[in-house]
Ligand binder design. Structure first.
Ligand code: DGL
Length: 274
């Protein structure tokens, strides 16, 4: 009975904003029976230019908020928070918690043919060196080329997904990586899968684009199974969405990305609740 209740508990997922919805979409597609509680820290975005100390503080508040909602597992659907805070908060809680960096890095290291891998992400993620560390640990022969792309997040947040300005910025950011003869490019920020088509146009068809969102949902499935936390009931899912600012804007965005309708998004004060 108790086990059954735990298994029906939701999964907590969070990001600094809308980017984590790319992870939610993959979770909904891969394990549709699970309910999700999502928090987007829209009031404090971006995390990518903030210090490690600040990102750890924000992450702790959000993890606390999600634990109060009795989630059975947590996904940090933000590369920057995964890079800076996952290891710290992991040791502070007693439920499974995963980030987006390891699943994406692992698949890139395992599938590269020429060992030359590009990683794009926020300034924080690239400067942390986390992708290089995990890629080299998984496959010591790889050479990693990182590039911070700070304008991608505001372009996505502004909805300029298929726009000449975005194309031009993609060309400027990524051409240098293509010149390094990479055969794999990791989209190391949760917003970037939304720019996949534009990125594909710039890199051509010969470079494998790794989407950590997809790999994270696969990894979550394994974690739930390892801990016996799968929800195999056929009851309807009950997803809930919270943000720290701009609930209506978030809701409209979510409805363009997710495979289900987001009926309501609640604004909360994470500083007080977390
Ligand atoms: N979600 C963040 C990440 O994946 C990008 C947005 C931000 O800088 O907060 O790194």
């Amino acid at each position: 009975m108790v086990v059954d209740m735990v298994n029906k508990a939701p999964i907590g997922v969070f990001d600094s904003g809308v980017g984590g919805l790319t992870v939610v979409k993959e979770i909904m597609n891969q394990i549709p029976g699970e309910s999700i509680i999502y928090f987007g820290d829209t009031a404090r975005l971006p995390y990518g230019s903030k210090s490690k100390k600040t990102v750890i503080r924000y992450t702790r508040q959000i993890v606390h908020f999600l634990m109060q909602k009795n989630v059975k597992a947590i996904v940090i659907a933000c590369n920057t928070a995964s890079a800076f805070a996952l290891e710290t908060v992991k040791s502070e809680i007693d439920i499974p918690i995963i980030g987006v960096v390891k699943p994406g890095a692992k698949v890139a290291a395992e599938t590269t043919k020429n060992g030359r891998i590009g990683v794009i992400g926020t300034e924080g993620t690239i400067q942390s060196g986390i992708y290089s560390q995990i890629l080299s640990k998984t496959n010591p022969k790889v050479e990693v080329f990182g590039k911070a792309c700070p304008l991608f997040v505001p372009l996505v947040e502004e909805g300029l997904i298929d726009d000449p300005v975005t194309y031009e910025m993609t060309r400027r950011y990524i051409s240098g990586l293509v010149d390094k003869d990479i055969d794999t490019l990791v989209l190391g920020c949760t917003h970037y899968p939304l720019l996949r088509k534009t990125i594909r146009k710039v890199v051509g068809n010969d470079i494998n684009l790794v989407n950590p969102a997809y790999e994270t949902a696969k990894s979550l499935t394994q974690v739930l199974s390892t801990y016996g936390l799968y929800n195999d009931s056929i009851a309807k899912t009950n997803h809930k969405f919270y943000v720290s600012d701009g609930a209506e804007k978030f809701k409209s965005f979510a409805n363009t990305i997710l495979p289900c309708e987001v009926v309501e998004t609640k604004d909360i004060n994470i500083e007080e609740l977390g």
